[in-house]
Design a protein around this ligand. Structure first.
Ligand SMILES: [Zn+2]
Length: 102
């Protein structure tokens, strides 16, 4: 009798959620300023707000943050497509990791 171990892995990817949008925000780094740009979905608007702040105050350094809602999704591989297309009993293991000698 032989023992066969079959290892399978399930690939995942992380993507921006389809109903979400990227948000940009900024904060002035001048000591004791405390100014910040409201989060916006338009990065150019955030940049314009920083430029206007620089024009009014002379403060030139900002932290810009971009955020989004993301989702992790399982990737269906070509093998899985083929696996479902084959009749039951015709499946092949993905990887043979260990096989005891007979
Ligand atoms: Zn400032």
């Amino acid at each position: 009798m032989s023992v066969i171990s079959v290892l399978r892995y399930i690939p995942y990817v992380m993507r921006r959620h389809p109903s979400a949008e990227t948000t940009a925000a900024a904060r002035c780094l001048a000591p004791e300023c405390g100014w910040s740009a409201e989060p916006t979905a338009q990065a150019d608007v955030c940049s314009d707000m920083c430029i206007q702040h620089t024009g009014r105050t002379g403060h030139m350094t900002f932290v810009r943050e971009f955020s989004e809602v993301a989702v992790v999704e399982r990737v269906v591989t070509d093998y899985e497509h083929q696996e479902h297309a084959q009749p039951r009993g015709a499946r092949l293991p993905l990887t043979f990791a260990h096989r005891d000698p007979q």
